[in-house]
Design a protein around this ligand. Structure first.
Ligand code: 3UK
Length: 521
């Protein structure tokens, strides 16, 4: 069922998500709660305007990229929508990445400005000299930065009035980087209307979001998932968003729920699992959502027993901006991703793109007007994924006669770990740099809760032999060089990797190997 948004051609997402709330009389409504601070829609609007003016004063123009390396605080909506309001394009960066990753993002996007939390600035220091296009670093939530601009000072000099740039509904709006199994991450370009589409379909029809809802997303704003949950869903209906700047540990999350009493809670399966192990309450929450990877049925059951609350599992992607297949309240099928969200269409196809009969496993294609327009400067990858109206998710799925979709793995080797992509290739390339490693292969293996984590098979060179110390050393080596969540949780030393006649590693044999083994991994 296609859904017609009916947006005027002249359209700016910042005007829609921020200024409209003030125009419609919600200026004094609390938009953001963060720790002990609260901000009304009027205050956020003023911040957006000041931020937009600050960018203009730094000579930022329409369509130029502004990179955001920010924790979840009230700065996020101001910087994000401030950039959008002048027609510039925010690029939301994952704060868990490492310096070389940021060098890539900043050079690939050619961002002119980077807005970075003072706490995260050390990630940028080592690469400062290698940023070819960056003109200015603006430091948020800090004071008196050396040689950079302090955001608070910059904003204080700016007017709180700002004219909206004359963007249209199909202008570039924001980017998110998405990683693939090979090659560099892809700058995924979203348009001005995409967030509205997702808010009017998934958020309105499945979550039935209301002005009196209070949204709390443990998944951070720099993920497509968190950006909807914590920013443009609440702002679509003039509701309140709760931000947690710290790591979403069960203790922080429970404390935030207690303090701010959200009505909607968003997490990833790993977090639900961790929260089930800890003391805490979810009082005031009406509905919980899970995405990023499949939610184990056991978590759903235990959560319901403990809190009398449902968790709606749904599949979304960076390319589709948010969730397009989801369970609904009262119609949950544990272990399934649910049914198509109104406004989206799905197909399951074979390798020739022919539709498969009900019940057969195939590649999941999805159609809906929140789809990204392209991958920046990656023409071939764009064509492989964005096939006209249809997006190839790279997921293997089945669909039953009732329309419930069930995930059956990936068409590539990519792993979802704690809801975030890990490329086995990237972990292998890192391990092989270690002087003791001759060869290696990384696959996904289930942990004790049946959630996937990276496992490495390692062939050591002649000078080294397997030991616990070596295992520890290799794990630490990956931790030091890649984002923490990417390190192999288990390392198996073997004499030789199984290979095809052409020398490709037979990953399926490694997967079979761990399946047939009993006992702890
Ligand atoms: C996998 C799932 C099974 C699937 C995302 C909600 O995860 C998000 O975006 P990413 O681009 O990854 C997309 C891929 O992740 N996946 C996501 N959710 C599920 N697999 N069950 C699920 N519930 O492989 C998909 O192709 O990081 C999630 C909203 C916005 C998002 N971007």
């Amino acid at each position: 069922m296609p859904y017609n948004l009916d947006l005027p051609e002249a359209f700016n997402a910042a005007d829609y998500f921020v200024d409209r709330n003030v125009r419609e009389g919600r200026g004094e409504k609390v938009a953001v709660l963060c720790e002990e601070r609260q901000f009304t829609y009027r205050q956020i609007q003023e911040g957006v305007n000041r931020f937009g003016n600050a960018l203009l004063s730094l000579d930022v123009r329409m369509e130029e990229r502004v990179a955001l390396l920010l924790l979840d605080t009230e700065i996020y909506p101001q910087a994000f929508f401030g950039a959008i309001k002048i027609g510039a394009v925010p690029v939301c960066l994952n704060t868990m990445n490492r310096s070389p990753d940021f060098q890539f993002y900043l050079n690939d996007s050619r961002a002119r400005i980077l807005v970075v939390d003072e706490q995260l600035l050390p990630l940028i220091e080592p690469i400062r000299g290698n940023l070819r296009f960056l003109k200015q670093i603006i430091v948020a939530n800090g004071s008196d930065p050396d040689g950079d601009v302090c955001l608070t000072e910059l904003l204080s000099e700016q007017s709180a009035e700002l004219e909206t740039a004359p963007t249209c509904r199909d202008d570039s709006c924001f980017w998110l980087y998405s990683s693939g199994s090979t090659g560099s991450p892809k700058g995924t370009v979203h348009l001005q209307h995409d967030m509205v589409y997702s808010a009017k379909t998934y958020a309105a029809k499945i979550l039935a979001i209301r002005e009196n809802d209070v949204f709390f997303s443990a998944a951070k704003l720099f993920f497509a998932y968190g950006l909807g949950n914590g920013l443009y869903f609440p702002f679509d209906v003039g509701a309140t968003a709760v931000y947690l700047p710290q790591r979403p540990t069960p203790a922080h999350v429970y404390a935030t729920v207690n303090r701010h009493k959200p009505t909607l809670f968003f997490g990833v399966p790993t977090l639900y699992g961790q929260m089930l192990e800890e003391e805490g309450t979810m009082d005031g929450v009406r509905l919980c959502v899970s995405a990023g990877e499949a939610l184990p049925a056991a978590y759903l059951r235990r959560w319901k027993e403990r809190f009398q609350l449902d968790i709606l599992d749904g599949i979304g992607s960076t390319e589709m901006v948010h969730i397009f297949i989801s369970n609904r309240p009262g119609e949950i099928v544990p272990g399934s991703s649910g049914k198509i969200v109104p406004g989206y269409e799905a197909r399951i196809v074979d390798e020739n793109m022919h539709d498969l009969p009900v019940g057969e496993i195939g590649t999941l294609l999805v159609k809906g007007d929140s789809a990204a327009a392209l991958y920046w400067n990656k023409h071939e990858k764009t064509r492989q994924t964005i096939m006209g109206h249809w997006i190839n998710t790279g997921d293997k799925y089945t669909c039953d006669e009732l329309g419930y979709f069930c995930c059956a793995g990936r068409t590539d080797d990519m792993l979802k770990v704690g809801g975030i992509w890990v490329s086995p290739n990237e972990v292998e390339s890192c391990l092989i740099e270690h002087p003791a490693v001759l060869e290696c292969a990384v696959i996904g293996a289930p942990d004790e809760e049946n959630l996937i984590k990276p496992m490495a098979f390692v062939v050591l060179n002649k000078q080294h032999s397997p030991s616990e110390a070596m295992e520890h050393q290799l794990k630490e080596y990956v931790k030091a060089n890649l984002a923490l969540y990417k390190y192999p949780r288990w390392i198996r030393f073997i004499d030789e990797l199984p290979k095809t006649a052409t020398g490709k590693i037979k990953r399926f044999e490694l997967r079979d190997l761990i399946k047939t083994q009993t006992g702890p991994l």
